[in-house]
Write a protein that binds this ligand. Structure first.
Ligand code: ADP
Ligand code: MG
Length: 789
């Protein structure tokens, strides 16, 4: 055992020894005795013991159960990993160290507390697979454990949500949990709500969950917005514009903006003036979207176009991102660009970022093969420390230094030569490419050279797993995008060790060193031999997008044959740090952009929390009178805000349209009415209370509360959904604002707060209308039919 890491705090070694010391005690128990420990621990918890005090014996029990049920006895280092995670840290455990098994220890311990404990991955296939296999252990020990996701190809609507969220332990994905959470908060009754709280989340491949998918918020879309024909027009105009004349682009190609000349040209094409004025705001927004679609998103890298229309790709593994849509309007702009039918634009009904989803957990932890590189961010954003866990056996993997080439062609030729050389001996090779199109290209080159191989991209995770699993067999050649098949172990076939183990060839470095390390980690697991090498060229996208300026110049000279193809005149040193620097740039930009997402998401989080808490009150309070009183007050205040001194007609109009449309106005409002707001407010509130009482004359109290609840929820949800959509659009406007005078975030915060205040007034107004103007019929079975105004 290679237990010699100075980086793992000593206390974890001590605690691990305490766990291992208990092994003989539990080993000696019968199955029934061991199973009985669960009830025993639960009693201790009920008696006020903390999870921390139960940690040592509970880990020892889970470990023994792992052995009996799965035939796998967690190694000492795995116990250390479990302890690290129970403390709320991220355990960095290399690929192949057995993180899946490690997780059974903290999951069992937390599962003792009842529901609300989640093992989360970014991949449905893995969640289902691990729930099935590891679930056996928990169930054997008397806990309930289920998969939160459907089996591969299964329908997510077929899930038994009640059973899932009641379980002590749920294996699920970040998206599934997020969508279920949002749906839960769109539910009309408590019976339709399933989540039981957020106690513990252990995130497998935590970097994939928290960092790689952090910028894409989960969105539930609902009722369609009016279809806009401006997408086509905007698309045609954008095609006429020129880079650096009409618009400019940031070096990483992530941001584009119009120049004044561009604005002038577009106005000419469109034959209008004042493109930037309020009058043309919608048109201008469409132009911005079209520009973004053309300049920041690349076909076959960011998205694919097929029979299903446009699907976004997960950059890290080339897989289609199910259920992920670009934010408001960009998807349609992209459809216009690719000349596929423009889909109906839907309104966003609910949205949450993964950051905010996981911040709701009182106890968060994670594991991954690579996190040290992003430790500072995890610390800052999630208060998670990354703690490295030693490997079970010392690593024998050889990581070769990068080889630099001047062109992509020479690089790929060399890559093929490497593959050939290894393949001739039967040594398995895994080739990584940076994009789907490159992996197709490489596959064609291999075909040309008659090297049989498997190609992995944008397919189903299940098939990927099958292929990757075989990647360590004698003679296997596998071409993949960088993180395809992540989470599936590559074990070596017979005779492969003798050939030096799996050879990993990276054909380009990715935007983050962490992703590169993930790839390296596929080789040399559990002390097996292995070798990794990256081939890079100065034409690689990492250098194109994030490299220094002089390199661009050099590349141009090279193209014109003005520079030597083998730059002996340039010090090797100059090139040596090129990639590292470019990666640092890229990582910094990614970090900033994640941080920005977080800042923008914050206002939505605060507002969402308020709304969801109000929903909860509406659904659970037995007496809603206090809430109704404040709703009446809000509604009258809103009215008086718009009409500080209402004339008799204005007042009459409001009463008829909001409180009672059958009222004879002359009966309640004096001909000599003088507007004095204090009295008006009181007067209106009294009318509201009277009207409600009139409505409730013939129905019992239960029915009253039921009706009130329905009206309030409906109004709140309508108002909130509008607000979510509004925030979404405000954000887009803020981030597209190219004028530098304003701080876009501040503007967004201001607009966001203002619209929230409007939203509350809209809610109160609609609630009053729903309560007082709707018609209802009670049916024989006690339910009611409500016709809203
Ligand atoms: P990781 O997620 O850390 O990359 P996995 O959880 O996929 O690793 O496990 C890699 C392999 O190691 C699996 O085949 C698993 O069955 C095996 N394994 C894990 N722990 C043990 C153990 N304690 N004893 C024997 N085999 C183990
Ligand atoms: Mg794993």
């Amino acid at each position: 055992m290679a237990l010699k890491s100075e980086h793992t705090p000593q206390r974890y070694f001590r605690q691990m020894k305490a766990v291992t010391a208990l092994a003989p005690k539990y080993r000696a128990m019968s199955d029934d005795q061991l199973k009985a420990q669960t009830a025993h621990f639960r009693q201790q918890l009920a008696a006020g013991q903390s999870l921390n005090t139960l940690k040592i014996p509970a880990f020892a029990v889970a470990r023994e159960a792992d052995r009996r049920v799965l035939g796998l006895f967690p190694f000492d280092v795995q116990v250390i990993g479990a302890l690290v995670m129970q403390d709320g840290n991220v355990a960095e455990m290399k690929t192949g160290e057995g993180k899946t098994l490690t997780a059974t220890l903290p999951m069992y311990l937390n599962g003792l507390t009842g529901s609300g404990n989640f093992l989360v991955t970014a991949n449905e296939y893995l969640a289902y697979r691990d729930a099935k296999k590891m679930g056996k252990v928990y169930r054997w020990l008397g806990l309930t454990a289920v998969a939160g996701v459907p089996p591969t190809g299964g329908d997510p609507h077929d899930r038994d949500l009640q059973r899932i969220y009641k379980a002590d332990i749920v294996y699920t994905t970040n998206s599934t949990l997020g969508f279920d959470y949002l749906m839960d908060n769109l539910a009309g009754t408590t019976q339709d709500r399933f989540l039981q709280g957020f106690h513990f989340a252990l995130l497998d491949e935590i970097d994939a969950v928290l960092l790689d998918s952090a910028q894409m918020p989960l969105i539930i879309s609902g009722a369609p917005r009016v279809r806009s024909n401006l997408f086509g027009i905007a698309d045609q105009v954008i095609r006429l514009l020129k880079l650096d004349v009409d618009f400019e682009r940031s070096s990483d190609h992530k941001k584009v903006w119009f120049t004044p000349a561009g604005i002038t040209h577009m106005s000419e094409y469109l034959g209008l003036t004042g493109l930037l004025t309020e009058k043309h705001r919608t048109l201008y927004q469409h132009l911005v979207l079209a520009l973004k679609a053309h300049q920041t998103l690349t076909r076959d890298r960011d998205y694919v176009v097929d029979d299903d229309g446009i699907s976004l790709l997960d950059l890290s593994n080339g897989r289609k991102l199910a259920g992920m849509k670009l934010e408001a309007g960009l998807h349609q702009a992209l459809e216009a660009k690719e000349q596929v039918p423009v889909s109906t634009q839907t309104r966003t009904m609910a949205s949450i970022t993964f950051q905010n989803l996981f911040r709701m957990f009182s106890h968060l932890s994670g594991m991954t093969g690579t996190a040290m590189t992003d430790a500072a961010e995890l610390q800052e954003t999630y208060r998670l420390s990354v703690i490295p866990v030693p490997t079970n056996k010392p690593s024998q993997r050889i990581d070769r230094p990068d080889q630099l080439f001047m062109t992509t062609d020479t690089k790929l030729e060399h890559a093929v030569a490497l593959v050939k050389q290894a393949h001739d001996k039967g040594r398995p090779v895994l080739i990584e490419t940076g994009s789907v199109s490159l992996s197709n290209l490489f596959s064609r080159i291999l075909l040309r050279d008659e090297i049989p191989h498997n190609l992995l991209n944008a397919r189903s995770a299940a098939k990927e797993a099958l292929i990757v699993k075989e990647a360590g067999q004698l003679g296997a050649v596998t071409v993949a995008t960088s993180m395809a098949g992540r989470g599936t172990d590559i074990s070596l076939g017979p005779g492969v060790k003798e050939l030096g183990g799996l050879l990993v060839v990276g054909t380009e470095r990715m935007n983050s060193a962490r992703v590169d390390n993930q790839l390296r980690g596929r080789s040399g697991r559990q002390g097996a031999p292995g070798e990794t090498i990256f081939l890079v060229s100065i034409e690689d996208s990492i250098l194109l997008e994030h490299g220094p300026k002089w390199l661009r110049k050099y590349r141009r000279q090279l193209a014109k044959n003005e520079a030597p193809a083998h730059p002996s005149w340039i010090t090797r040193h100059r090139f040596k740090h090129l990639i590292t620097q470019a990666q640092h740039n890229a990582e910094r930009e990614d970090r900033q952009s994640r941080n920005q997402t977080l800042q923008y998401a914050e206002i939505m989080r605060v507002q969402r929390d308020t709304i969801y808490a109000t929903r909860q009150t509406i659904m659970t309070q037995p007496d809603l009178t206090p809430l109704l009183t404040s709703v009446f007050k809000m509604a009258t205040n809103a009215f008086l805000r718009d009409h500080p001194e209402p004339t008799r007609n204005v007042l009459a109009d409001y009463v008829l349209n909001t409180i009672d449309n059958q009222l004879v106005i002359a009966d309640v409002i004096d001909q000599q009415w003088t507007p004095q707001s204090q009295q008006t407010a009181k007067f209106l509130r009294r009318l509201m209370v009277d009207q409600l009482q009139k409505k409730f004359k013939n129905i019992n109290e239960d029915q009253q509360v039921y009706f009130e609840r329905m009206c309030l929820l409906k109004s709140l949800d309508n108002a909130w959904i509008d607000q979510v959509d509004m925030l979404q659009q405000l954000r887009q406007i803020a981030t597209n604002r190219s004028t530098a005078q304003h701080d876009p975030l501040l503007e967004y915060l201001k607009d966001g707060r203002r619209s929230f205040a409007n939203m509350k007034r809209a809610f109160a107004h609609q609630a009053v209308q729903n309560l007082l103007l709707s018609e209802f019929n009670f049916k024989a079975d006690g339910t009611i039919d409500v016709t809203y105004p």
